[in-house]
Design a protein around this ligand. Structure first.
Ligand SMILES: [Zn+2]
Ligand SMILES: [Zn+2]
Length: 333
């Protein structure tokens, strides 16, 4: 018995159905899943016309226990509690793999995209990039850290801000509410930006000192708060990028994370004359991932989760599409 959330073809539909329990190939382990978060990337992948692998089991932020190992699966053994991320495997020899930037490996495989995902009761995953996770915490509270937490933590770190500086976080969804907590842990002053008043309320609750509605956020942050030292844009909305640029102080840094399918027209003169640094940020390093779980264990950052059953996955993706999820939706098995 192995029920899974399966994307049947490009542009959907996503259905929950019975599939075979997979057998671990060389370097893989079979995992009995405890929980898996539903990520914006699942929605992005489900909306693509052409997919490298169909039908495709979705899901890439999972917590589970190893049931069976295979040769070359490292030191993992049955019973180990592990986390699975979007980075399923990488080549281990290219210049990016050789410099702890495996997430940019051109030959990487991604869970729930170019390799089978983990929104399933049982999944086979490569051991290469698994992470050991705390034993005691509920799986539902750990799962969002494998993607949302990891990505948000790295994006905040990559702003390079010193304590006391001001960071604007655009998008208060699954990543944003964690980014706020990581920024506060780094002793930054946080300005939270979103279109939804309920999400801004949540930001205030978890410690953002400034909350600003998305419309005209750039101008508001400049006029009322003197601008921000850095901004991370987590939403896939292209208008947020313009607002974030406008919010930056001179010599500010803009970190882009949200995957906007639209192009953005860069105001070149402002970018040059204000000495703006612009960078993309994708997932994080191995040590970022380990740190995210340490912070969860110490209670410094905790995701807000809504727990759901696997059967609800298609409906949750719809809700996410409409921007109706507060915090992170997690499937419990
Ligand atoms: Zn994700
Ligand atoms: Zn590589």
């Amino acid at each position: 018995m192995n029920r899974a959330a399966v994307l049947k073809q490009g542009k959907g539909p996503v259905v929950v159905e019975e599939i075979e329990v997979p057998r671990p190939g060389p370097g893989q382990v079979l995992v009995k899943m405890e929980a898996c978060g539903v990520c914006h990337s699942d929605l992005f992948i489900a909306g693509l016309e052409k997919l490298p692998l169909v039908p495709l089991v979705l899901g890439h932020e999972g917590i589970g226990r190893v049931v069976e190992t295979s040769p070359a699966a490292g030191s993992y053994k049955a019973g180990d509690r592990i986390g699975i991320t979007f980075l399923a495997s990488s080549c281990a020899v290219c210049e990016w793999c050789a410099s702890e930037r495996e997430r940019f490996c051109p030959k990487q495989l991604n869970s729930g995209y170019t390799s089978a995902g983990v929104l399933a009761q049982y999944a086979c995953v490569a051991a290469q990039h698994l992470v050991r996770v705390p034993e005691k915490q509920p799986a539902a509270e750990l799962a969002p850290l494998c993607c949302a937490g990891w990505t948000a933590y790295a994006a905040v770190r990559e702003t390079g801000l010193e304590p006391g500086r001001t960071l604007a976080v655009f998008g208060m969804g699954g990543l944003g509410h964690l980014a706020v907590q990581y920024a506060i842990h780094r002793k930054l002053r946080v300005a939270a930006v979103d279109v939804e008043p309920t999400k801004l309320e949540l930001a205030r609750e978890i410690g953002a000192s400034i909350v600003v509605p998305a419309e005209n956020a750039g101008r508001a942050l400049q006029k009322q708060h003197g601008g921000v030292d850095a901004a991370v844009v987590l939403t896939p909305s292209v208008s947020a990028i313009g607002q974030a640029l406008r919010a930056l102080k001179r010599c500010g840094t803009l970190v882009l994370v949200g995957l906007s399918p639209e192009a953005f027209e860069l105001p070149v003169i402002d970018t040059v004359m204000k000495g703006i640094t612009l960078r993309g940020s994708f997932l994080g390093t191995r040590s970022d991932l380990a740190e995210v779980f340490r912070l969860a264990e110490s209670g410094a950052a905790r995701p807000r989760v809504e727990r759901h059953a696997l059967e609800e996955t298609p409906e949750l993706l719809e809700k996410m599409h409409r921007g109706e999820l507060l915090g992170r939706a997690v499937i419990e098995f």
